[in-house]
Design a protein around this ligand. Structure first.
Ligand SMILES: [Zn+2]
Length: 170
């Protein structure tokens, strides 16, 4: 069981690492070089959304990084990227109107995108809210120790398709 979680978190780590390499200002790496010999720690970046939203996060990161590069003295950094009340949240150290607009667009896209598979989704749930498609929501509702393996395998597969330069598994 834990093997599947390990794989899942490994994908999350690869995603965070790739973002940090591609957008070093936005992810604070340009000004905060990681010490030699100390492995990259994605928790520093606190990116915690499922693979269905990764593309949206990547697009917003690219747009904000471009502004960082083009605007003198601008150094907007991500402080946290997560799901809250079923929605995508991108928090930054400070903001501008342009950055607000980019983040708003990403959050709007995420609101209609399944966080698990990246297909069309909508807000679902009761005491805990998710943005998911019907199929992924049904799986989430009936999640047990027996079927979570299948679910995580699918999430890892989605992640591979959306983001995985080379697959080192198996
Ligand atoms: Zn889905």
């Amino acid at each position: 069981m834990s093997n599947f979680y390990d794989k899942y978190f490994e994908k999350q780590k690869l995603f965070a690492q790739s973002l940090a390499e591609k957008y070093p200002i936005f992810f604070g790496i340009a000004r905060m070089p990681i010490e030699k010999g100390i492995p990259f720690n994605p928790i520093q970046l606190s990116i915690d959304v499922d693979a269905g939203w990764w593309k949206i996060v990547e697009e917003a990161s690219a747009a904000i990084e471009k502004l960082n590069q083009e605007t003198p003295n601008m150094e907007i950094q991500a402080t946290q990227i997560k799901e809250k009340f079923g929605g995508l949240r991108i928090y930054t150290n400070y903001t501008t109107d342009e950055v607000e607009a980019i983040i708003e667009e990403a959050e709007k896209k995420a609101a209609v995108t399944c966080e698990t598979c990246g297909g069309p989704g909508s807000l679902k749930g009761g005491s805990w809210l998710y943005t998911l498609c019907d199929e992924c929501f049904a799986k989430r509702q009936t999640r047990t120790f027996d079927n979570i393996e299948e679910e995580i395998t699918e999430i890892v597969q989605t992640a591979k398709e959306m983001f995985d330069p080379k697959d080192e598994d198996e």
